[in-house]
Design a protein around this ligand. Structure first.
Ligand code: GN1
Ligand code: CA
Length: 129
C-alpha cells in the first residue's frame, strides 16, 4: 500500500530521488538494488509525466539517472530489468548523441528531458519500488 518513508507515491509505484547523492550509473543501480528496488523505469506517458512533475517540483537544475541504457548494443535503448526496448521517451532535441568516448546511460533533467551521458559520470538517481 504505502511507500517507504521519504519516498514519493504514484499509484502502485514508489520513487526515491537521491537528491544530494550522485554516483556512476552502476553504483546508482547497486544502491537501489541494495534496498531491493531498481533504478526507475518510467515506461509510459503517465510515469514519464509524473517523474517530470516531481523534477519540476524539486526546483533544482540537477539531472538524475533512470534505469535505461544502450550499453549492450549501441543505439538500442532498453530498460534494464525487463531488457525491453524503450518506446515512450522524452529525448532532448539532438539527443541521444553518444558523443566523446561514448554515452550509454540515461539521464532525465529538471525539465523531464532525456540525455545520454558516459556511465561513469556522477549523477543523482531515481529508484523505484
Ligand atoms: C554534454 O559537455 P559536453 O558538451 O561535451 C553532455 C552530453 C550532451 C551535450 C549536449 C557528461 O557534453 O551528454 O549530449 O552536453 N555530457 C555530459 O550539448 O553531461
Ligand atoms: Ca548526450
Amino acid at each position: 500500500s504505502g511507500c517507504p518513508s521519504g519516498w514519493i507515491q504514484d499509484g502502485d509505484t514508489c520513487y526515491f530521488f537521491s537528491k544530494g547523492l550522485a554516483s556512476s550509473w552502476a553504483d546508482a543501480n547497486s544502491y537501489c538494488q541494495a534496498f531491493g528496488y531498481k533504478l526507475a523505469e518510467p515506461m509510459d506517458e503517465h510515469k514519464l509525466n509524473f517523474v517530470k512533475g516531481e523534477l519540476n517540483r524539486l526546483a533544482g537544475t540537477s539531472r538524475y539517472y533512470i534505469g535505461g541504457s544502450d550499453f549492450f548494443v549501441e543505439g538500442q535503448w532498453i530498460w534494464s530489468t525487463s531488457q525491453t526496448s524503450i518506446v515512450a521517451h522524452n529525448w532532448e532535441p539532438s539527443e541521444p548523441n553518444n558523443i566523446g568516448t561514448g554515452e550509454d546511460c540515461l539521464t532525465v533533467n529538471h525539465d523531464g528531458l532525456w540525455n545520454d551521458v558516459p556511465c561513469d559520470t556522477d549523477v543523482r538517481f531515481i529508484c523505484e519500488a
